[in-house]
Design a protein. Structure first.
Ligand code: FDA
Length: 309
């Protein structure tokens, strides 16, 4: 319930102003966001790689409102990819891209603009010897995003897709995407969706996650298990063993700042673990989704909004 209220309220410009200027926001943001610049993202990535982890770097931004902004985000990705390569990190550092950041929601030819910008990011990633995963946003964008993934894969077969277990459609999408070499990140889903398209109960979402994971783990693709949920992590391990998958033929993914000990524990036992590392100034939407996942943080955060310090 709190999750739904937060995610709906996140569209309010007044709340946005309040959160962005609140004194304690910075502290909460620092927990989940690597910093504001490409240099920050590269520095944090270097530290995570030194701990045996891999990363997916995300230039924060979504709901881009004009073409220039979309191109700015594209260029920011090109820059961070070059910096990761120059620092010798890019083999273990891919990037995650939100199509809404590179123009998908622009009126008229938004999907085409997003595809062209994403294409250039894929070229920059290839030059840096790494790859791209396209994040998944709310359900109104799923078809368009999967179609762009399909188009990009013609020239860049390693482009990753994201599927959200809370959507009713996702088992079908897993079957479609479980082909040879297909990189699929499975997550629970972070947006506020109507009951007509999404499961709302935690149990229902978790059961859907397991059904989807069974499809991905038993197929010839490359599953990316994006969850912090201890039970699902255990089930993923069992499914990998049942399907005789060796470590490195799938990976675990977690967010920067969440369950860091578990990230390192999995890496120590030989699992491949990728940390999602967001950076940039446009942290508002990302932060609200993280708070919505963690009710314990919300009361603290709301009190901080009232603080005058
Ligand atoms: P759940 O929310 O049940 O959390 C399990 C446990 O993890 C909690 O009990 C808590 O201990 C810890 N935890 C989880 N979230 C936390 C937080 N914010 N702060 C502190 N502790 C927390 N979604 C989407 O719609 N599109 C996308 O493209 C992506 N991409 C993506 C990439 C990666 C690498 C990850 C890990 C996640 C995403 N997500 C996403 C987000 C995802 O859909 C989901 O909202 C979060 O991962 C939280 O769900 P969990 O599976 O972790 O379970």
């Amino acid at each position: 319930m709190l999750r739904q209220v937060l995610l709906s309220a996140s569209r309010s410009p007044r709340l946005r102003r309040l959160v962005e200027t609140a004194p304690l926001s910075k502290q909460v943001v620092a927990r989940y966001v690597a910093g504001t610049t490409a240099e920050d993202a590269v520095r944090i990535s270097g530290r995570l790689l030194a701990d045996g982890l891999t990363v997916s770097v995300d230039q924060l931004g979504e709901d881009t409102i004009d073409r220039a902004q979309a191109e700015g985000i594209r260029d920011a990705y090109t820059l961070v990819l070059k910096q990761l390569a120059d620092a010798g990190l890019s083999r273990d550092a891919e990037v995650s891209v939100k199509l809404s950041a590179v123009g998908q929601a622009l009126p008229g030819d938004g999907a085409k603009i997003a595809y062209e910008n994403a294409y250039q990011i894929c070229e920059a990633a290839k030059a840096a010897d790494t790859t791209v995963t396209l994040d998944m946003e709310d359900h109104t964008t799923t078809d368009s995003t999967l179609s762009i993934v399909g188009d990009l894969r013609k020239d860049f077969p390693s482009v990753g897709a994201v599927l959200q277990a809370y959507l009713h459609r996702t088992e079908g999408d897993c079957l479609d995407l479980a082909g040879e070499g297909s990189r699929v990140r499975l997550c629970k889903g972070a947006y506020f969706e109507p009951e007509s398209v999404a499961y709302h109960g935690r149990g229902e979402v978790d059961r859907s996650y397991v059904r989807c994971l069974k499809i991905l783990m038993s197929g010839p693709g490359y599953p990316m298990v994006a969850t912090h949920d201890p039970r699902l992590i255990e089930i993923a391990g069992s499914l990998a063993a049942q399907n005789r998958r060796v470590q490195g033929s799938y990976e675990y993914q977690m967010l920067y700042g969440v369950r860091q000990e578990e990230q390192r524990r999995l890496a120590r036992v030989g699992e491949k673990v990728r940390v999602y590392v967001p950076y940039g100034d446009e942290w508002y939407g990302y932060l609200i989704r993280r708070l919505a996942e963690r009710p314990a943080n919300v009361a603290f955060f709301l009190r901080s909004l009232m603080s005058k310090k």
